[in-house]
Design a protein around this ligand. Structure first.
Ligand code: NAP
Ligand code: GLV
Ligand code: GLV
Length: 326
């Protein structure tokens, strides 16, 4: 019987799927509803054939060595896998998988929720009302910036970036993008997008939204210089990974009104939020809920389970990110 370490309890459907395949006794689930502490992870992983991992924990050489040579697969319950040292996994002959596609539309919806909430100052307005400060309709109260008809700038045009771009058509927006691999002319035309260089993206967009993965190249790509290059009325939202943004530089840009507002679902050192961001009014802060719907979290967990089941049965996993053969 294989041993499958599940680092935090996922939606029940995935547990049932794994139990159906391998039996309940094969599953070792970290029982507490918090990220597994490092020492617990290193102890519990010994003898595991598979790990169902969360984005909150580092999966690296030390973990793979602590597991032992029988470890075959690390299935992350996230599409982003910057928490996993894929090179080390490959060297250990371990399949790494993620959960693409099943969360694309849900994360794009949340990105739009953040765009609208930030441009129209929703959380600030609600706090104002709940705290009893609202006294009357006023012609100059809580003025935001329009979304309809504006220019959206997407950095990193993959699955989620495209889904965000598609929704912009309903808001009659012009959509610019900058990405590692430009689309073909035909695809640009069908999606109604225009490729621009990074400085043009910053200078011409009213709303800027990164959707690239976190890598060495994208770390702090949104820095002081980038915020200075944006329009003073620009809105910056981030639902990808916190470290693509230099948070201290963003806080400074917001305090000094170099940009109008920001909306963040992800942070450099989760769950810590930079104190200068917490003390800023023109920001909407969400606790990393991009994919958090009943349907999508179940689909993500099921897909992670399917990757484990495939690898342990010697089949090709549906969504591996490295080339290790099962
Ligand atoms: P994806 O389909 O792989 O898209 C990423 C895009 O970024 C690709 O088009 C890629 O280009 C581009 N890219 C890669 N490196 C780049 C660089 N250095 N400069 C510019 N563009 C670059 O991934 P996805 O499914 O859309 O997910 C994107 C990210 O969203 C994930 O990595 C994850 O971090 C984040 N996410 C967050 C949440 C949340 O809860 N907030 C939920 C889901 C996902 P190529 O075409 O050349 O590869
Ligand atoms: C969530 O942040 C993910 O990468 O799936
Ligand atoms: C606002 O409520 C309006 O009627 O313009």
């Amino acid at each position: 019987m294989p041993k499958i370490l599940i680092t935090r309890r996922p939606p029940e459907s995935a547990i049932e799927r794994l139990a159906d395949a391998f039996g309940h006794d094969a599953l070792e689930i970290f029982p507490e509803d918090r990220p597994i502490p490092r020492d617990e992870l290193l102890a519990r992983v010994a003898g595991a054939h598979a790990i169902l991992s969360m984005l909150t924990e580092s999966m690296d050489d030390e973990v793979f060595s602590a597991a032992g040579t029988q470890l075959r697969v690390v299935a992350n319950m996230a599409v982003g896998y910057n928490n996993i040292d894929v090179e080390a996994a490959t060297a250990h002959n371990i399949v790494v998988s993620n959960t693409p596609d099943v969360l694309t539309e849900t994360t794009a919806d949340l990105t739009w929720a953040l765009i609208l909430a930030t441009c129209r100052r929703l959380t600030e307005s609600e706090h104002f009302l709940r705290s009893g400060q609202w006294s009357s309709w006023s012609p100059t109260f809580m003025l935001g910036v329009d979304v309809y008809g504006k220019t959206l700038g997407i950095y990193g045009l993959g699955r989620i970036g495209k889904a965000v771009a598609r929704r912009a058509a309903a808001f009659n927006m012009k959509v610019l993008y900058h990405s590692r691999t430009p689309l073909s002319d035909a695809e640009e035309k069908s999606l109604g997008l225009r490729y621009v260089d990074f400085p043009t993206l910053l200078a011409e967009s009213d709303i800027v939204s990164p959707h690239c993965p976190l890598t060495d190249e994208t770390h702090h790509i949104f820095n002081a210089e980038a915020f200075q290059a944006m329009k003073p009325a620009a809105v910056f939202v981030n639902t990808t990974r916190g470290p693509v943004v230099d948070e201290a530089a963003l806080a400074k840009a917001l305090h000094e009104k170099e940009i109008f507002a920001a909306g963040l679902d992800v942070f450099e050192n989760e769950p810590t939020v930079h104190p200068d961001l917490l003390s800023t009014e023109n920001i909407v802060l969400l606790p990393h809920i991009g994919s958090s719907t009943l349907e999508t979290r179940a689909a993500m967990a099921n897909l992670a389970a399917d990757n484990i089941i495939a690898v342990l049965n010697g089949k090709t996993p549906p969504t591996s990110v490295n080339l290790v053969s099962a």
